[in-house]
Design a protein around this ligand. Structure first.
Ligand code: NAD
Ligand code: HJL
Length: 269
């Protein structure tokens, strides 16, 4: 039996200013999805002990909060290494949730081979989750037939979006404007970007700060130590090469949930 979480209404009210508007009218006027950047971090800014190691940071209260966020967003976005590491369900496990978010996997270079036994497909078959849309830079003609069929059987699909080839890694990379345009085209009016580290650091590039409507960070009272998956975006410097802060949240509020504290804010001025 899948876990059933509950999140008190009075706790949900604390988050309201940082959540996508509920009214359809606002959604209809938006040119792009509402973007919430949300993740759980240690005191040393790590998301997990090391790449590929799923690490529990959230306590029950803030975990329920994360699942409440999943009731309030049309989509949940993670990078391919999170899928490879965690075999995540990417569904909402709040008891009685009226809807499920669409899982979005950023897999520009097709590193993930979806399998029938993956948890994200299992919850879909059990009617408590949706199949993923996989965003890739690989041409349709090169998509693996078996993966395309597995996705279609469950209501998921590959979505090809424009990509540039990174000079340093020779890997395909997406512009976040193109990622969000693809979600908008699918009618997804809001997306929670959950990680992992490379995805978050990529979105925290100053070029994209205007795309981020809300930031909700769970801070757990633990140090994971050196070698973790760290949220620390690329350095920014002034014209003289002097380092500058990459970003500072405004409209900040702090909310204790059990032993964790949840920081809410925005990068939009
Ligand atoms: N604590 C949390 O809230 C949380 C959330 C998610 C994941 N995690 C953990 O983080 C780890 C995974 O993080 P990670 O950094 O290794 O991987 P990731 O999930 O961030 O995925 C990395 C992949 O995404 C690609 N990518 C990043 N930005 C891109 C862009 N703009 N365009 C195209 N591709 C892009 C990278 O090239 C790489 O292939 C796992 O251990 C997981 O358990 C923790
Ligand atoms: N809020 C939060 N607290 C944590 O302690 C933790 N490890 C994650 N990690 C988020 C990452 O994205 C998860 O590994 C998948 O979201 C997975 O799990 P589910 O979809 O719930 O199965 N997120």
């Amino acid at each position: 039996m899948s876990e059933q979480l509950t999140f008190p209404a009075e706790s949900a009210a604390l988050l309201e200013p940082r959540l996508p508007p509920k009214s359809d009218a606002t959604e209809a006027s938006r040119s792009r999805p509402f973007v919430t950047l949300t993740f759980a971090t240690s005191l040393d800014s790590s998301l997990s002990l090391s790449p590929g190691v799923r690490t529990r940071l959230s306590g029950p209260g803030s975990k329920a909060m994360t699942h409440y966020l999943r009731t309030r967003h049309s989509a949940i976005l993670v990078g391919v290494s999170t899928v490879l590491a965690d075999d995540p369900a990417l569904n909402c496990r709040i008891a009685g949730t009226p809807s499920q978010p669409r899982p979005i996997v950023i897999d520009a270079n097709l590193r993930w081979t979806p399998r029938h036994s993956d948890k994200v497909f299992e919850v879909c078959r059990n009617g408590i989750g949706l199949a993923p849309f996989i965003l890739t830079g690989v041409d349709e003609s090169s998509l693996p037939r078996g993966s395309v069929e597995l996705l279609h059987e469950h209501g998921g699909k590959y979505i090809h979006i424009p990509a540039s080839r990174s000079q340093s890694t020779d890997r395909l990379r997406f512009d976040w404007n193109d990622i969000l345009a693809a979600l908008q085209a699918e009618g997804l009016s809001s997306v929670m970007v959950e990680g992992g580290g490379q995805i978050i650091n990529s979105l925290l590039d100053p070029a994209y700060h205007d795309l981020i409507d809300s930031v909700i960070v769970t801070i757990a009272p633990t140090w994971l130590g050196q070698g973790g998956v760290v949220v620390s975006p690329d350095r920014v410097t002034d014209t003289a090469g002097v380092p500058l802060p990459v970003a500072r949240l405004s409209h900040v509020s702090w909310h204790p949930f059990g032993e964790d504290v949840v920081l809410c804010g925005t990068l939009r001025q």
